[in-house]
Design a protein around this ligand. Sequence first.
Ligand code: SAJ
Length: 473
Amino acid sequence: MGIMSLSQKEVINALRKGKVTICVVGLGRIGLPQAALFADRGAHVIGADVDPAVVECVNSGRSHLLDEPGLDRLVMSATNSGRLKATVDTSLGVEAADFVIVSVPTPISAKRIPDYSQMEEACHAIAKTLPKDCLIIIESTVGPGAVEDFVIPLLEEEAKMEVCVDFGVASCPERADPGGLLRDLTTVPRIVGGINDKSAEIARALYREIFGVEVVVVSDPKTANAAKLAENLFRDVNIALVSEFALLYEKLGIDAIEVIDACSTKYNFMPHYPSAGVGGPCLPQNPYFLIYEGMKAGYIPRMVQMARQINDDTPKRAVAMATMALRRINKKAESSKIAILGVTYKPNIRDLQHTPVEKIFISLKEIGATLKLYDPMFRDEEVFGKRISRSVEEAVRDADCILIGTAHDEFRNLDLDLLRERCNMPAVFADIANISDPSIVEEHGFTYAGIRKPEKSWSLREEEDSLQCTASQ
Ligand code: SAJ
């Protein structure tokens, strides 16, 4: 059809009449929900993914993401209607497409520079069969300028086409929260930056019509990508800030959560909370997109760098907190049994990407502690090379320490009487996720460890010893 040759009104008409074909490249956390929503709203969708298991799952009407409410049903109805098909052949999916949505992973390499290899692979496949007047929308997180300076030249070169003449390009970075994808995709405004006005106009029509959301059009793709990174780095920096507060207030005998909750009553205070650490596919990596571009441009955002270092260090402090508390009950971490409850990077989702709990697990293992793991999202499966217990009760049997790594809802109402009976009392309750009330924990006979009951008595020396002990392992 040549979507770029239509007016915004004609695009909306075509979408309403189900006359639009969309290829979604990458059927992961963002791609699959979007593909299902596009199909549910009447478009003909070809989902392309390099993983045959994902393709097979989708074509059998199921979602491989088990923690996105409503997605399974949507994928089932989209495939049953014939409007959603999946393939491992991206070029095949692109050849009849009006829109190509690119949602492939863009991880940061071990050298902390963006790894665009999967984006490059996708662009090669797209360029092979790119139809004239198609619109390509990059949803993957990339550094500001990567679309203009890397993606577009690659597409032009490979497809022997000229952007703005033969095809359009826009960036529309994802802004959805795992565990609530379908909700956020149909409620949260989208930010679109087109390589030209036409690309932005057609992209805007797509997202407004299909998802019914407000679309904020910015100057160009790099502005859209800069906004995406600003949103996430704002969070990373603020989490680092509250973590610093927590460390200081612990020394002053102040409960940092109480302080943050009190601050939240002010209209211009946006609460963030200290946790076991900052994990996930985004925040631990996003800063390096900006730092990389900054290195090239001659200005490195130091605050962003410092926040990353603080957040990377958080799991170490969690280990020190637990080992110090064990020492206070005359137990040594190296000869203790520790039950870690919660392994995912954040509550109530099934995702281990860059989870801070893995660093805690590795440190405690290196110290010599005997470890058990439990997580409601991974019962009886293997995580970090270890079988996840079937229940909290199984994990805490004979434990000298319970460590709450993730604030899963299930851990907000633990039966502390039962846990006391199962543990090897006296035992530590190290609430690194800050979800319990220290006085209630201690009323049940546990020694609480966490920022909610700062112990002025813990000397800096004691913590340094513990950190030393952790570091030297
Ligand atoms: N965290 C804290 N304290 C806080 C808030 C979060 O320690 O106050 C921790 C979380 O426990 C987690 C990490 O930070 O370990 C990141 O959590 P997050 O909710 O800030 O963000 P993510 O990693 O879940 O980001 C996701 C991303 N979307 C997808 O992965 C599909 C990101 O691109 C979105 O912008 C973000 O959700 C969103 O907008 O919610």
